[in-house]
Write a protein that binds this ligand. Sequence first.
Ligand code: ADP
Ligand code: MG
Length: 728
Amino acid sequence: MSNIRFKALEVTLSRQRSEFKLPEKKVSEYFGEMTFNREAMQEYLTREAFQKLINTIEKGETIERKIADQIAAGIKSWAISKGATHYTHWFHPLTGTSAEKHDAFIVPVDGGRAIEAFQGNELIQQEPDASSFPSGGIRNTFEARGYTAWDPTSYAFIMESTLCIPTIFVSYTGDALDYKTPLLKSIASLDKAATAVCKYFDKNITKVYPTLGWEQEYFLVDAALFKARPDLSLTGRTVFGHASAKDQQLSDHYFGAIHERALVFMQELEYESHKLGIPIKTRHNEVAPNQFECAPVYEETNISVDHNQLLMHLMEKIARKHDFQVLLHEKPYKDVNGSGKHNNWSLATNTGINLLSPGKTSTSNFRFLVFLANVLKALYYHSDILRAHIASSGNDHRLGAHEAPPAIISAFIGTQLTETLNLIEKQTKKGKVDANGFNLNINIPKIPEILLDNTDRNRTSPFAFTGNKFEFRAVGSSANCAGPMMALNTIVASQLKQFKKDVDELINKSVRKDEAIFQVVKRYIKESKKIRFEGNNYGDEWTKEAEKRGLPNIKNTPEALKALVLESTVKLFEDCKILTSRELEARYIIQLENYTKKIQIESRVLGDLAKNHIIPIAIRYQNTLIENVKGLKDVLDSKTFVKLSRNQMQTIKEISEHVEEIKTQVSLMLDERKRANRLEDQAEKALAYNRNVLPYLDIIRKHVDKLELMIDDELWPLPKYRELLFIK
Ligand code: ADP
Ligand code: MG
């Protein structure tokens, strides 16, 4: 049989259990062994080089040339001892993947021989030929000059016999062309702003850094079935497919026993992750069939972002070894849940305090409320910036589809904290002063120590306080966390700077420090009240209520991206020195182009499949029916024939109608694509794709999915949902 679907099914059904033997060593013995971590640094660097490197990591000190050479020599020896033959600068261009160009550790010497070499300058800076990375017009292609520069705060690691050095990627003129550059700047800006605020409470706090713990959702599908679906292979999602009679209705997959083939994949993924120092801790089944999640222990944000990028790469690689394809797309299948990536975010200090954890004393509670109020206010005034940083064609399918938060950004803080904030709002009388000069015993309502109450959780909120951190749930599964985290760090940094200004202004007017802080916090709580929502975010009532409150509800990517170039955004990013207006404009253009291209590809794939796969099969099946009807006519008397051929005739008619509609709509879609392609302005083009091309995908799909139910299963060319979702 030539049907590729049946060939793929045969391969899938004959799969043997894939091979992976769990290591005999304990995880503590191999964790981080492929990273140039502190232990490796100590072993391979001179005392001087080690200390200098630590100072760079911790205090941002620059490294002199001589020391750089020493560090490079140390890293080289370590890497070679681990079997590395090449090195690469590893960076995250705005395409959303990670990029690398490998060079061997090799320098020819006299006599036709070669030695392994790696110099300080090769560690610190490289000039990849980067002409085909997106730059949004910043870097003319003929110039093609971009630089990668070492980020010493993220450990170098070895993958596939290659030493990978985490780097930033900037243009010749110094404009950021990647995700990491602005992320690092946002971390520095947040450190400065938050540390200044912490000084009101504790002079020992000299550093504040954001922490991130992501939860990565994904699907696994058998590699043979994946290859038999050109739409999945080319776009990451299925553009056709009738719902399976059974999918997730019974909720029998969520937290169920993990299927053996998937489990073996996870074991190998975890083993490889641990060797690379990625602290993966949790694994479980998700809601949809063949959907899973993994999560690490949280880390400093820059490191955690790198680890997530690395993990996504490992997943794809290891999945192939187990004859799986991993699907990181936000919505691979219609009508079953899509995938997200919750970003758990908090602020930690050099003194070991979590600033979003309610403290034991009145002072620490007060400090907690200061940070809580600032985050809420930042979110209220700049939710559009966060929304822009989670926008993608894939995530458009998820947000607001009653499986993920809506496109309306709001915050959930739970009943206890809501009550606390309400009390503060009403608070008028001044209290007694305590030993630290704070009068909080009276003015600040006591917050219960343990807020981690699992019953008080709202799983529908896009930005939920979960006891000691915020969980940003609207991030897409394929996203680079650096985007949303950079945005969040920036709006909070800017807000904290404003807070310090507001408080100092009052202090300069001779208001006592604690009273000044209290007044400002109280004002912020009032001003940002509209961002708080404790109810069901999936309900239609919330959409109406949010509209009344004036909260934006931006449904698609081209509209959401506009926030990147608003005057208010540019001012905020320039004030905090994170991104310039030029860089923001470039990012805006890149994201728009990216959106347009993705919809364009989906539309083309759908058109091709409809015309070349579906219609010919529909006609073939229809011809069989026609032959059958003709035969019936020959053998039956005319009265019986009319009676018994009615349904068949109806089917023949319906098939013709669907085929006709598919042809017409595919051609109308093509016209719309041509019209959109003629638009010069990227924003107009992306909007045209959104408004005029995208709707055809749904219209055409409806007809194809109807045909799937009508046509002989033996003829249907594409693996069906029940096979993609259930065949192991
Ligand atoms: P859930 O119940 O949503 O599945 P968990 O409580 O298991 O969540 O935690 C999810 C993630 O939150 C984990 O990656 C965890 O490390 C992370 N997390 C916990 N505390 C913090 C923190 N202070 N900062 C950032 N992330 C954190
Ligand atoms: Mg979670």
